[in-house]
Write a protein that binds this ligand. Structure first.
Ligand code: SF4
Length: 331
């Protein structure tokens, strides 16, 4: 196998949970996936589907109680992250795995200029850099994310900049450290449409130019369509469907994916034609015994309420967790 075909990230049977005053919750269960170079993997689902817990699990940000890893493995470049202590994980975050989050200001310190924060980050990640070299890298990195007035941006404090500018600076900071994998959790949700498109283009360009693998967590199918090459659809803490974006969006196998796609607003349609997914996501303190989507699924049969569907191949590069889809695929 070509070295480039080896997964950068390999997640197997990941199970993470939380102990809450109301009881134990398994928020993510039986999650398996790989991420390779040149790949933009989208993880999509409603709030509470497990997509953000999956992302936080990958960088061990749920390992502090009440969060707990209950099973599975997370390997990056062949190294088992679950075997690393917190000090070793601090080195992994940023250098090996870069992260950008929904709130673009959260990663910036309001009391320092952008210049000092970028220089500090670069020198922390590359100890051989002197201040002058770090400053020059910081300026280059800001240019790469589309700033033309770099000197003004460098001299600014975060509160003097818009949310979209702060998100681009956060991205510049992460990309300047040359991570092996980038995790972007709802990176454009808080931004207006024009800025959203700019950030997605930047991510896509970086992946295309350097092969940087990206995991993007989103609830927005438009974002998946714009940037991702492969998609995982999550619901109730399980992955329900996986495949190439074009295939999953044009011919979804899982009733939950079908319902998600039907619920996208279409400006050409009358508002009454839009469908919503009836009901509520499952209470993970007491999840359904069978398929987690069964109480909301308009195709459910008796078996769905009794038995959890297996996670099985449904064609080349396609996986699905649904009794009916698997019966269809076997015909
Ligand atoms: Fe619907 Fe049954 Fe498939 Fe679950 S297993 S998605 S309930 S048809």
């Amino acid at each position: 196998m070509d070295h480039d075909d080896q997964p950068i990230l390999r997640v197997r049977n990941l199970k993470t949970g939380f102990v809450t005053p109301a009881g134990a919750v398994v928020a993510v269960e039986g999650v398996d996936f790989d991420v390779r170079r040149n790949e933009v993997l989208a993880i999509i689902g409603e709030s509470g589907s497990g997509k953000t817990v999956t992302a936080l699990s990958l960088i061990k940000l749920i390992s502090t109680p009440p969060g707990r890893y209950l099973d599975g493995s997370i390997e990056i470049d062949g190294h088992d992250l679950l075997a690393l202590d917190e000090k070793a994980m601090e080195a992994v975050r940023g250098r090996t795995i870069g992260m950008i989050f929904q709130n673009p200001r959260a990663s910036l310190d309001p009391s320092f200029t952008i210049e000092s924060q970028l220089i500090e980050t670069l020198m922390r990640h590359e100890s051989s850099l002197d201040r002058k070299a770090a400053r020059s890298m910081a300026a280059k990195s800001l240019q790469e994310v589309g700033f033309s007035d770099v000197a003004r941006v460098m001299a600014s404090y975060p509160h003097q900049l818009s949310g979209g500018m702060c998100q681009r600076i956060g991205l510049a900071m992460v990309l300047a450290c040359n991570p092996k994998l980038l995790i972007a959790d709802e990176p454009t949700t808080a931004l207006d449409v024009g800025v959203q498109a700019k950030i997605l283009l930047l991510l896509k360009k970086r992946s295309r130019d350097t092969g940087l693998p990206i995991i993007i967590i989103t609830h927005d199918i438009g974002v998946v369509r714009a940037i991702a090459t492969r998609v995982l659809v999550m619901y109730g803490g399980h992955i329900q469907e996986e495949g190439e974006v074009d295939e999953v969006l044009s011919a979804p196998l899982h009733p939950y994916t079908q319902a998600l796609i039907r619920s996208i607003p279409d400006p050409d349609q009358h508002p009454d034609a839009m469908t919503f997914i009836k009901g509520e996501p499952p209470n993970l303190l007491a999840p359904p015994r069978g398929c987690r989507f069964a109480p909301r699924c308009d195709q459910a049969i008796g078996l769905c309420h009794e038995k959890l569907p297996d996670w099985r191949a449904a064609g080349p590069g396609r996986m699905v967790r649904c009794h009916l889809a698997l019966a269809g695929a076997a015909q």
